[in-house]
Design a protein around this ligand. Structure first.
Ligand code: NAP
Length: 247
């Protein structure tokens, strides 16, 4: 059990990649705080983990609110006695071509995808520093390299690279590694909104010949969250089936 006796906070864990990650961390021995702004979804994920013999608690949390992010980290420590792992997975899209994008679309996406990662990281690191150990992994995206209709989303996912590298520099001295992952096209409710023919065309452009599944990304989160990954920090690891090699 790679994560025996460890505790993890996973945001956006009610669905998609976050749900798969919460389950995989629990299968590997971690107690998991299943945080999502959709309370029912958080409860369902936590219940599935407990039913499978793992340890988990649900938590309603909107990561874009500093007080809720702080509460999520504190609650993880209260419930499990510690916080070893933070998976900054919560993210949203509010797509529009740039000329039509409203201030609300811009600000909502920045609030969740960028500010949320900062608030949760700051809250978790305050606890991790005390114990001299931590693993923080955040969801960037291949859209960080630019994507039509995603000026807001792309800006946040690119900004996470600078944030990740800076936190890695500042918190290495506390035994905390900080990394980001850049998934390509992964089949979740986020991408289910994309029309069928566009999804099929995307799959044809991927060298591995398929779109990704949530567990393809959960396994990368697990790898970076493991104690053994102690010499990897400030990295951005792409997991896209080779999609961006052809750009
Ligand atoms: P998803 O299926 O939409 O799941 C995300 C979960 O996070 C949902 O339960 C969502 O609730 C929740 N959430 C959204 N905003 C939140 C907030 N402010 N606080 C707490 N929870 C919140 O998304 P996914 O596809 O698994 O994506 C997970 C992460 O990977 C995101 O950061 C995304 O940007 C990134 N990513 C995904 C892909 C992909 O192809 N799927 C590719 C690259 C990167 P609601 O559903 O109610 O909003």
């Amino acid at each position: 059990m790679m994560l025996k006796d460890q505790a993890a906070l996973v945001t956006g864990a009610g669905a998609g990649i976050g749900q798969a990650t919460a389950r995989l961390l629990a299968e590997n021995g971690a107690a998991v705080m299943v945080a999502d702004w959709n309370e029912d979804a958080a409860k369902a994920t936590a219940a599935a983990i407990v039913k499978a013999g793992g340890k988990a608690q649900p938590l309603k949390c909107d990561v874009s609110r500093p007080s809720e992010a702080r509460h999520a980290a504190d609650q993880t420590v209260r419930a499990f006695g510690r916080i070893d792992i933070l998976i900054n997975n919560a993210g949203i899209t509010r797509d529009s071509s740039a000329l039509k994008m409203t201030p609300e679309q811009w600000e909502q996406v920045l609030g969740v995808n960028l500010s949320g990662v900062f608030y949760c990281s700051q809250a978790a690191a305050a606890h991790m520093r005390e114990r001299g150990y931590g693993r923080i992994v955040s969801a960037s995206s291949v859209s960080a390299f630019g994507n039509f209709g995603q000026a807001n989303y792309s800006a946040t996912k690119a900004a996470l690279v600078g944030l990740t590298r800076t936190l890695a520099i500042e918190w290495g001295r506390y035994g905390i590694t900080v990394n980001a992952i850049a998934p390509g096209f992964i089949k979740t409710s986020m991408t289910d909104a994309i029309p069928q023919e566009q999804r099929e065309a995307a799959a044809r452009r991927i060298p591995m010949g398929r779109v990704g599944e949530p567990y393809d990304i959960a396994r990368l989160y697990l790898f970076l969250a493991a104690p053994e990954s102690s010499f990897i920090t400030g990295a951005l690891i792409v997991a896209d089936g080779g999609q961006t090699l052809l750009h």
